[in-house]
Design a protein around this ligand. Structure first.
Ligand code: F6R
Length: 608
């Protein structure tokens, strides 16, 4: 996935373009580029392999123009290189295009365009668009008409911004599967892949719909469809705070986002707990109690950490409502011709609301007549819009590539859904009250865990040099182990594997040695004795153990321990996960990794 920015107005575009790209860097960071329509005619273009800072270093002071577009790339077609960086140009260097998405029929279009004389200078699918738009730009053609005609020949997904040296009074943007947001300023206009690039300049935004285009001029915009019908879009106001997009004194966004969790959990809960009936109110479900009672099964779909959050959610739903619930990677589900049942409720989980595999799973379910709820952080995102209803997390923007606060808020949202389901079924008022009280206590309990940050940093330093780490947990603890292993490997690059503690003796015990320490989730619940037995088995094989526990295990069973406050048993996984976030973070810092932008990963994966 990639980030796009565009500016048109009386000022020089470049400062906004570079700053906007830096804010979108979480979307991709292997190369970056900008193009402006110069005041003296023609396009000025700079693009480099590397970060936005590398681009800024080569943009000269004379790089001026009031209309410009920019891009930060995450390679899909062609390696990261200067040549493959966007913007891409046509032969005459009149048309410049930046693109997020995939043109599926690029090879076929490229062959046809090359036969007509187009000279390709990159391996990207995007360059096809520049030549294709140029091919439709006869004398006197409006840029928007050329773009519309070109997109009519394209199969694939795109968010694009197009600049024409001969029509510098406008930028044309289009959306199909990859987001484009317009920002409305005072006699100036902006566009970007998401609002984080815009909020310093304007709070008034318009999210384009799939299949929609816009002509953006300094004094306004016009939106229209691919068949040239004008659409009428009212701006909405962005309510996220500007400081959500800064590290706010923390060394990394990740640490800031981990520390934001007491507040983000409060926001997820806000206005949704009903103490009188010991239940939760979820306004966006669009399902009444009668419809909810007809649901026989819940199927949760998401990718990566969203899938693991779904596993915790499935457990909560089964425990509190006794409705069978199961979580599956959306990326697998969509390819296996899934059976869609009328009495199953499907739930799609996504922080970004853009993950292509999850979106495709939602579309497949809907195509077959199923009902899908979204548990989504980004308001107005593609997945949120595709679903029949849902729960917004209100966790605030998550910038660091690894998910932390959105993960926690997702599990909180599932706890609310499970409580709501449970109280419609057989969960007693007393149990309902117990869960409500447990949820209300979470923010302070998270604060308690965060206060142990220094101690966890010391432990991380001790374990970071290991050749790998094992994460184990039983039943409720197993998804926690999976998420803990995921966090460690993605940001510290230390190999980590998660196993159900009960499975250890069926194979992985062979791996245990002093070089492969184990992080063990040891909640004080009905499985405590079983977990302690497993620790004994590990210690008997000279394994080192770091326990995340409610009570310190005997020193013979664990070398180190992080104590976590006790919640209700169903909610404990939420808290057990927080020290694992800090462990991964401090291990990554210790190993001098690029914590917020780990290698080979991007924040949301908008391609297959
Ligand atoms: C892990 C992580 C990824 C995402 C996954 C889904 O820390 O960030 O595994 O959870 O790519 O992303 P969303 O939630 O945006 O659909």
């Amino acid at each position: 996935m990639c980030g796009i920015v565009a500016y048109i107005g009386p000022k020089d575009a470049t400062p906004f373009l570079l700053e906007g790209l830096a804010r979108l860097e979480y979307r991709g960071y292997d190369s970056a580029g900008v193009a402006v329509a110069g005041r003296t005619g023609g396009l000025k273009v700079r693009k480099v392999k590397g970060r936005v800072a590398d681009l800024a270093a080569v943009v000269p002071a004379r790089f001026k123009g009031g209309t410009g577009i920019g891009h930060t790339r995450w390679a899909t077609h062609g390696v990261p290189s200067d040549a493959n960086a966007h913007p891409h140009l046509d032969n005459a260097e009149r048309i410049a295009v930046v693109h997020n998405g995939i043109i599926e029929n690029a090879d076929e279009l490229r062959a046809r365009l090359a036969a007509d004389g187009a000279v390709f200078r990159s391996e990207t699918d995007t360059e096809v668009l520049a030549h294709l738009i140029a091919a439709h730009t006869a004398e006197g053609t409006e840029l928007e008409d050329a773009v519309r005609a070109a997109l009519g020949k394209v199969v694939g997904t795109y968010g694009i911004a197009v600049l024409d040296a001969e029509q510098p009074d406008r930028i044309v943007v289009a959306r199909n599967g990859s987001p484009i947001v317009l920002g409305i300023g005072e006699k100036e206009m902006f566009a970007a892949s998401d609002v984080s690039a815009l909020v310093r300049y304007t709070r008034q935004v318009v999210h384009l719909e799939d299949g929609e285009l816009a002509t953006v001029r300094a004094d306004g915009f016009r939106t229209f469809t691919e068949d040239a019908r004008t659409t009428h879009r009212q701006p909405s106001t962005v309510d996220w705070e500007i400081d959500s997009y800064d590290t706010g004194g923390y060394e990394h966004f990740l640490l800031k986002e981990i520390h934001e969790q007491p507040g983000s959990v409060e926001r997820t809960l806000s206005g949704r707990l009903d103490e009188r009936f010991a239940t939760a109110h979820l306004g966006g479900l669009n399902l009444d109690a009668r419809e909810l009672r007809e649901i026989r099964r819940v199927k949760i779909l998401g990718c990566g950490s969203a899938y693991y959050a779904g596993e915790m959610g499935a457990q909560l739903i089964e425990e509190l409502s006794r409705i069978p619930a199961h979580s599956e990677p959306a990326s697998e589900f969509r390819y296996r011709n899934p059976v869609i049942e009328a009495d199953t409720l499907y739930v799609a989980v996504s922080q970004s609301g853009e993950t292509y595999d999850t979106l495709a799973a939602v579309q497949e379910i809907k195509r077959k007549g199923g009902r899908v709820l979204g548990v989504v952080n980004t308001v107005g995102s593609a997945i949120a819009r595709e679903c029949d209803g849902g729960i917004y997390l209100h966790a605030g923007p998550e910038i660091s590539v690894a998910s932390t606060k959105a993960f926690t808020s997702t599990v909180v949202a599932f706890a609310l859904l499970a409580l709501h389901f449970g109280r419609i079924h057989d969960l007693s008022p007393a149990d309902g009250r117990r869960i409500v009280a447990g949820l209300k206590a979470l923010p302070d309990q998270i604060r308690e865990i965060l206060a142990q940050g220094d101690g966890i940093a010391e432990l991380a330093a001790e374990y970071a040099e290991s050749e790998g780490m094992m994460f184990i947990g039983r039943v409720r603890g197993y998804p926690v182990a999976r998420e803990g292993a995921q966090k460690l490997k993605e940001i510290s690059y230390v190999h980590a594997e998660a196993y159900p503690a009960s499975e250890l003796k069926h194979g992985p015990l062979a791996l245990i040695s002093p070089e492969l320490p184990t992080v063990a989730l040891v909640p004080d619940d009905e499985l405590l004795d079983k977990n302690l037995t497993t620790l004994g088995e590990i210690k008997a094989r000279s394994g080192r153990v770091l326990a995340i526990a409610h009570r310190r295990p005997d020193a013979k069973l664990a070398d180190h321990c992080v104590l976590v406050p006790k919640s209700e048993p169903e909610l404990d996984p939420l808290l057990l996960n927080i020290p694992l976030q800090l462990l991964a973070y401090h291990a990554a810092v210790e190993l001098k990794r690029d914590v917020d932008k780990p290698r080979n990963l991007a924040k949301s994966v908008t391609v297959e």
